[in-house]
Design a protein around this ligand. Structure first.
Ligand SMILES: C[S@@+](CC[C@H](N)C(=O)[O-])C[C@H]1O[C@@H](n2cnc3c(N)ncnc32)[C@H](O)[C@@H]1O
Length: 505
């Protein structure tokens, strides 16, 4: 506490230093289930060792056979070490009084650089270099690493694109466990989906069977003291040579700290939360009956964009690289111009264009030099790639029809995805049907079950299950017939189609 107050926010950010509140440390401790008399424990990125202390306190209460603990902790911030040592000395005398011996060693080396080798040794538990652990507990640092950072390079077996350091801590820890050893981690929930974490998910969930998950739905409440706006998740898993798809997983959820002791609890077979045979291996975290009902609706759909010969791509106009081609105003026919659609033009069920804004010209000049950043004027669904934190819906999709403007080409800015049929064209009812679905609360709720952040990636959209194409067209026709293109109407039609009342979502 003293330390957290004495260092500034910048220092905390660069070291990923956000300490676990005592209530959460206590909860994480209770997740351990061990009956051995001798334990080897690891706490990578231990800070002042609050997690270790809470874990061991809980084990002592539940395991009367415990006689000795071999504890390894890692912490790179030397300024913290005196506090770490003080906690561990105290822990040792507390355990001594209970006739339990504690041997501890504090490593000040970088946990990743010291241990990443284990990621590529094929995980051989009998490897000379690994002395595996019974329990690993951690609140690792969270920040993105540059691709050329030596830690990202050392851990390249689990890294694609921009890695976040916390996932590397998790992957290495999974490898450092004994068979049936357990890990308990608190992290952002961003690893559940997205291409940057795909290799990580493949690696981690192949050897870790999930036992419990506790999701903190509020971004603000969990690490309140340090003002970290992250949706946070605790995962407790067991190392298995072969994971069992039928293994029962308990999903707890609470808003934040205040209701941490009275979470909502749901249980699922592991395969219902993560399908290890799927391409993306997305981890779904349903937290209520309605989430579960929504998952079941989507599970019954076997369609997707690809099966309907529909594709999604990212807008090719990168504004700062295309400055010379972008124009603010229509130039009275003196040069050939195509409309340019930005994120702010894309509204739910409606394209609002032109909507002039400083530095956001609404046209692209059509000439040979700009052809590579323009797309043919066809029917499209335009979809925002990012939502704002307080937006009501994560998915914001607008229809675009080729008769909107007389032009051979249109421009789509890079923060917008466009959905199209590469060979052929999307019918009017397909465009409206897809827009109605994407903007519906059914899709928004489904999306939130696996995506805890504000990004909407094309990869995720490609994987999203869709109802039969005929049903999409029927939805489109119903909206068109009603002549009411509002989000409310579209939502109502989608809900009626799938017999979902608004109250259940
Ligand atoms: C999110 S804090 C959590 C601290 C403590 N575990 C807790 O729960 O309060 C992560 C800690 O990891 C340390 N750390 C950052 N990078 C590290 C690395 N590469 N190896 C070991 N420790 C690291 C930071 O200095 C920080 O104290």
């Amino acid at each position: 506490m003293n330390y957290a107050q004495s260092v500034n926010q910048e220092h905390k950010k660069t070291n990923g230093q956000f300490f676990t509140p005592i209530e959460i440390a206590g909860l994480m401790g209770t997740f351990a289930e061990v009956s051995e008399s001798s334990l080897r424990i690891l706490d990578p990125g231990c800070g002042t060792a609050i997690l270790t202390c809470a874990l061991i306190e809980s084990i002592v209460q539940n395991n009367s056979k415990l006689q000795e603990i071999d504890l390894i902790v890692y912490e790179t911030d030397k300024a913290l070490i005196p506090y770490t040592k003080e906690s561990l000395d105290y822990l040792r005398s507390w355990l001594n009084a209970k006739n339990i011996e504690l041997k501890f060693s504090i490593h000040t080396d970088d946990f990743i650089l010291e241990n990443a080798g284990c990621l590529t040794d094929n995980g051989n538990l009998f490897s000379q270099t690994i002395n595996p652990f019974d329990i690993i507990v951690s609140n690792p640092p969270y920040f993105k690493l540059p691709i050329d950072d030596k830690r990202a390079i050392a851990a390249k077996a689990v890294v694609n694109g921009h890695p976040n350091i916390y996932a590397i801590f998790m992957a290495i820890s999974a490898r450092l466990l004994k068979e049936n050893g357990q890990l308990i981690f608190i992290t952002p929930r961003s690893y559940a989906s997205g291409s940057y974490f795909k290799l990580f998910r493949e690696y981690f969930f192949k050897i870790i069977e999930i036992d419990n998950v506790h999701l903190f739905v509020s971004r603000k409440d969990t690490f309140n003291r340090d003002k970290v706006l992250q949706e946070t998740v605790i995962i407790k898993g067991t190392r298995k040579e072969k994971t069992n798809p039928k293994h029962k997983v308990h999903v707890y959820s609470s808003h934040g700290l205040k209701d941490i002791d009275s979470p909502i609890i749901k249980s699922f077979a592991q395969k219902e939360l993560i399908d290890l045979s799927s391409n993306e291996k997305i981890l779904y975290l349903p937290t209520s009956d309605s989430d579960e009902a929504i998952l079941n609706v989507f599970k019954n759909w076997s369609g997707n964009l690809n099966k309907y010969n529909i594709q999604i791509s990212t807008g090719p106009v990168v504004a700062f690289r295309s400055k010379d081609h972008i124009h603010d105003t229509y130039q009275n026919g003196t040069v050939l111009l195509a409309p340019l659609f930005w994120l702010h033009n894309v509204q739910q069920m409606a394209l609002d264009w032109p909507m002039p804004k400083p530095e956001k010209g609404q046209y692209v000049r059509v000439h040979d030099e700009s052809k590579s950043i323009l797309i043919p004027n066809k029917n499209y669904v335009l979809l925002r790639r990012f939502s704002a934190k307080d937006d009501k819906s994560r998915l914001v999709a607008a229809p675009y029809f080729c008769n909107f403007i007389e032009a051979e080409y249109i421009g789509v800015e890079n923060k917008v995805n466009y959905i199209y049929r590469p060979k052929g064209h999307l019918e009017r009812n397909e465009v409206i049907g897809l827009c109605a679905l994407l903007n519906s609360s059914l899709f928004d709720s489904y999306f939130r079950i696996f995506n805890g952040n504000v990004n909407v990636s094309a990869t995720e959209l490609r994987e999203i299950p869709l109802p039969p194409l005929e049903t999409i067209k029927e939805i489109g026709n119903s909206v068109i017939l009603s002549n009411d293109f509002s989000v409310d109407k579209a939502n109502k039609i989608v809900n009626e189609q799938f017999e979902f009342t608004l109250a259940t979502i």
